[in-house]
Design a protein. Structure first.
Length: 333
């Protein structure tokens, strides 16, 4: 049976590299797409010129489909228009209702993915015209809208929006996770944390090392890194010295937190202050361990740095072997 999501976006392998703000680049997205998956660019805060340049650079590196993610906490009409003029085939929306933007994307020839935290939100997105749904479980890294686990969320969303294809997101970092997601009715997986350890991901080496060394218990869910996002927007990160200092101070509210307002790192894009939502980049300098190191609970399965194409193939091959093993296990029952 053809895979509904692969058919929809014209890819070979039902794996999407999550659009992680600050941690995507043309080389990264193109490597995933060239391997048969769907690479993504996170351009929600980029200038119009940067949006255009990133898309064109990606198109120069791959002839395969790729996508652009736009976060709905900010107006995205101009960026969406640029994406469509440049021929981006897949647009994904996150954190809010896309409404008429979905129709605009369709008129421009793009397919639309929408990330949701609940079955009700999934139904709204489909009614708005979304072509596929990303069901984001609580285990996911970065900003997380809901509080339902991936295991419970995915089948609820699948049942609510069928036959629209659903991607599972949150805690999936290997082929066993992909196979499990598809057993729940998903048509594929949206994977972030595992891809952060890829050699193409533009993150600081210290951040990558922390991911590789981390256990599944080493993440923190909360709203501490709140500068640059709406208030009380939950996120999941690796536990670090910023979180520990805040806990030692008795978890004070914003305005009374340790080092609040202090510059903890610098980047070519400007100073980075404590509690800022900022992905550690290769060209950052300063107290890297104090920064927001986004990570999902699947981090315990991230054991080494690898090329992105190798990650795609390894996850897919393991998913196939897992499905065969399960089929064998059920034989004779």
């Amino acid at each position: 049976m053809p895979n509904a999501f692969c058919t929809l976006v014209d890819i070979d392998i039902p794996i999407v590299q999550a659009a992680m703000g600050g941690a995507t680049c043309p080389e990264f997205a193109a490597a995933v797409s060239n391997a048969g998956g769907l690479g993504m660019l996170a351009l929600a805060w980029s200038t119009p010129d940067a949006v255009r340049a990133e898309i064109r650079a990606t198109k120069a590196l791959t002839r395969r489909p790729f996508g652009v993610n736009l976060v709905l906490t900010h107006a995205q009409e101009e960026r969406l228009a640029i994406c469509l003029v440049e021929g981006v085939p897949v647009i994904s929306f996150f954190w809010g209702q896309a409404g008429p933007l979905t129709a605009v994307a369709h008129r421009g020839g793009a397919k639309v993915l929408h990330t949701v935290p609940s079955a009700d939100a999934a139904r709204i997105a489909v009614d708005d015209g979304a072509d596929a749904i990303v069901a984001q479980g609580w285990e996911a890294g970065g900003h997380v809208q809901g509080t339902v686990t991936t295991m419970a969320l995915v089948p609820a969303v699948v049942d609510r929006v069928a036959p629209v294809p659903v991607l599972a997101a949150g805690g999936i970092a290997d082929g066993r996770g992909l196979a499990a997601a598809m057993a729940l009715g998903a048509a594929g997986a949206w994977i972030g944390t595992r891809f952060l350890a890829s050699t193409e991901a533009p993150i600081h080496p210290r951040y990558r090392d922390r991911l590789i060394l981390a256990k599944e218990t080493d993440t923190e869910y909360g709203t501490l890194f709140d500068i640059g996002w709406p208030p009380d927007a939950p996120q999941r990160t690796l536990r670090n010295e910023t979180i520990e200092a805040w806990e030692s101070a008795g978890r004070p509210p914003a305005g009374r937190r340790p080092r609040e307002g202090a510059v903890v790192a610098t980047s070519p894009r400007g100073d980075v202050v404590a509690y800022q939502a900022h992905t550690p980049r290769p060209d950052d300098h300063g107290d890297i361990d104090a920064l927001s190191m986004w990570s999902g609970q699947g981090v315990g399965l991230v054991r080494r740095a690898q090329p992105a194409a190798e990650i795609v193939r390894e996850i897919f091959d393991e998913a196939l072997s897992t499905s065969h093993r399960l089929a064998t296990a059920f034989d004779g029952l």
